[in-house]
Design a protein around this ligand. Structure first.
Ligand SMILES: [Zn+2]
Length: 277
């Protein structure tokens, strides 16, 4: 089973890369896997990036946004197994390296991707707001402007099961399967509950669970159950703090009953039948 990087993992990649690559110039780009590049074509992508300086790095949900000096943005989505790792140019690329960004002062960023589902787009800054993968995203799940009121208003416009709504990036952006399971346990809400059946105090509790679980996971530098590493190649720590995710049959940390696993929309949901209803 593969866990995809979610908000805490992508934020950790950002935090590890940013101090190292900010203001650095991209001298050259080597492409080993053209399919990673979704827009424009690989030759234009490479030519346009050469000579640009990285002026800022931001994140929206699971997307990383490298702002560049020629009013362009490099948009990166790690998907299942993508990794962005900062390296010395003396280090030779491994067999999963899809793209190398050669920076000044003998440094490089290697984009490695075992499954090769990761994607990159190079677009103009003024295209950002109308760019399909980004313009359909809801507010980032840790956006300071996402207040309980706004969260609840957005939630009340949705229907269906609460787990599916949390995973829907157009509701709020950044949550995947690991943290959806952890959030629902923290909120005491059964993953199959329908959104329209939630009481107002449950909606409020869900909001606080989203913020608490994600910010704890950011502090612990993400979850490394399998592939995920940060921009320095280091693993996260949240896997040691999971309450329910991939803990089927193990005791619930609150009541001791065994954690249950069910399939929901093709993904595994883990929950406690005593603590979540
Ligand atoms: Zn329990």
């Amino acid at each position: 089973m593969i866990e995809m990087p979610e908000l805490p993992e992508v934020e950790t990649v950002l935090r590890t890369l940013k101090p190292k690559v900010l203001s650095r110039k991209i001298n050259r780009v080597t492409v080993f896997n053209e399919k990673t590049i979704k827009k424009p074509d690989a030759a234009t992508f490479t030519r346009c990036l050469e000579g640009q300086q990285i002026t800022d790095i931001n994140r929206h949900g699971k997307y990383l946004l490298f702002e560049l000096s020629f009013s362009m943005v490099l948009v990166v989505h790690l998907r299942m197994t993508g990794r962005l790792i900062y390296k010395d140019s003396s280090v030779s690329p491994d067999r999963y390296t899809c793209i190398i960004f050669h920076l000044d002062e003998g440094k490089e960023i290697h984009f490695q991707d075992v499954r090769k589902f990761g994607t990159m787009y190079l677009i103009r800054c003024d295209e950002l707001d109308s760019f399909p993968p980004l313009c359909i995203l809801g507010p980032d799940a840790l956006d300071p402007q996402l207040t309980p009121d706004l969260f609840i208003k957005r939630l009340e416009r949705r229907n269906g099961q609460v787990k599916g709504v949390l995973l829907n990036q157009s509701f709020i952006a950044g949550i995947g399967n690991i943290y959806a399971n952890e959030i629902l346990w923290t909120a005491g809400i059964h993953p199959e509950r329908r959104v329209d059946s939630l009481r107002s105090w449950e909606k409020e509790r869900l909001y606080h669970a989203v913020r608490e679980v994600l910010s704890t996971a950011v502090k612990l530098r993400g979850t490394s159950l399998r592939d995920y590493v940060d921009g320095d190649g280091n693993r996260g720590e949240y896997q040691h703090h999971r309450r329910v995710h991939r803990r089927e049959g193990e005791p619930c940390p609150l009541c001791g009953h065994p954690i249950i696993r069910i399939k929901q929309g093709g993904r595994s949901s883990y929950y406690c039948k005593i603590c979540q209803n």
